[in-house]
Design a protein around this ligand. Sequence first.
Ligand SMILES: O=P(O)(O)OC[C@H]1O[C@H](OP(=O)(O)OP(=O)(O)O)[C@H](O)[C@@H]1O
Ligand SMILES: Nc1ncnc2[nH]cnc12
Length: 170
Amino acid sequence: MNLKSFIRDIPDFPSKGIIFKDITPLLKDPAAMKLAMDALLDLVGNQKIDKVVGMESRGFFFGPLLALNLNAGFVPVRKPDKLPAEKISVIYDLEYGTDTLEIHKDAIQKGDKVLIHDDVLATGGTAKATCELVERLGGEIVQCNFLMVLDFLNGEEKLRAYEIRTLIHY
Ligand SMILES: O=P(O)(O)OC[C@H]1O[C@H](OP(=O)(O)OP(=O)(O)O)[C@H](O)[C@@H]1O
Ligand SMILES: Nc1ncnc2[nH]cnc12
């Protein structure tokens, strides 16, 4: 089974010139989901993880599954004004605009070993911003893992300080 065959291109979404990589065909197929989850877990190996941090919204699909399998907690990093308790924020650049991300102040303990997970690494703005939030709270980033990376956007350049692992390259 080839995971790439479960990811479809949607041209000009969400704006003209963007080829959107849609993972909903993968999500609706249980065998493909299991294959992707097991492969993401293999990327982590037996490294100790205390918290899996997933970014809104597509980091929420696999993030909690990875956390359960790693015997770790799951921490959501969310778009503005969604988290209810005390939080910190960071502004970041997207392939198509800018946005803000937030995390609860009590989500990470000092010294927590953290796995960052998202579906796509594009320009790297989202992942870099998330790493900054985690580190401001004292977390240690063990790995950032992604279902796919859009190599032509050079996101890995922004994340040179971290271990980056990805299942699929475009
Ligand atoms: O590497 P970057 O250029 O930062 O882009 C990657 C991010 O863009 C997408 O999320 P988006 O902000 O579109 O939000 P969504 O998951 O809610 O659709 C994707 O799920 C990543 O989080
Ligand atoms: N081209 C793309 N497809 C899906 N998600 C994205 N996030 C940023 N760029 C993307």
